[in-house]
Design a protein around this ligand. Sequence first.
Ligand code: SF4
Length: 223
Amino acid sequence: MISNPGLFESGDEGGWIRLSSLRHYTYCPRSWALIERECVFDENVFTQRGRKVHERVELAEPETRDGVRSERSLPIWSQQLGLYGVADVVEFHDNRILTVEYKLSSRDREREGELVQLAGQVLCLEEMFECEIQTGAIYHYGSRERSHIEIDDRLRARVREIVAAIRGQRARPQLPAAPADRRCRGCSLVTTCMPQLFGGKRRRVWDQRRAELFHPPDEPGLA
Ligand code: SF4
């Protein structure tokens, strides 16, 4: 296992990307930007419930049962991808490692963002423990069910795609567009985001104004 690179205190600075950012960006790039760049984190009933679930996982002690060691809230990272975060539960079996992410969502409603985050965890663990991992798992807290997810080439490519997209977005002053679609209904950031106000033409005007404020054009004659 490689040593902790010591960058966990530095947030997303220096090119490091939180694993949770993969989920946020996949759901809506604007929500990722509001959280990471504007430091907005409004809660709604879904985020509150999710936080409670993770708090319960964090409070549980590591254990060994039937020869399987379960570590909770394990810091993980990938230096190659610049990813870091905390895995809810990582199980160490005789011949394999299984990361288990706790989610509120039901088994029939796994969201792409959750799968991409899980694949990001697997890529971190593969690099840390120099091994190959075929599957990860999501534990659906509501139904107390565990689904095993194959971490295939498509999911691995999606992680790399989202990592590149986040790095690209960091270089731009504008917030990503507000899609103003059904995703906004369950989004805790809707009050701050104001997707109806900043979608479409109004958004483009605002983004232009914002870009001018933070990156004013050079004034002629003031060299
Ligand atoms: S309210 Fe809609 S546009 Fe705004 S961050 Fe949430 S999902 Fe994205």
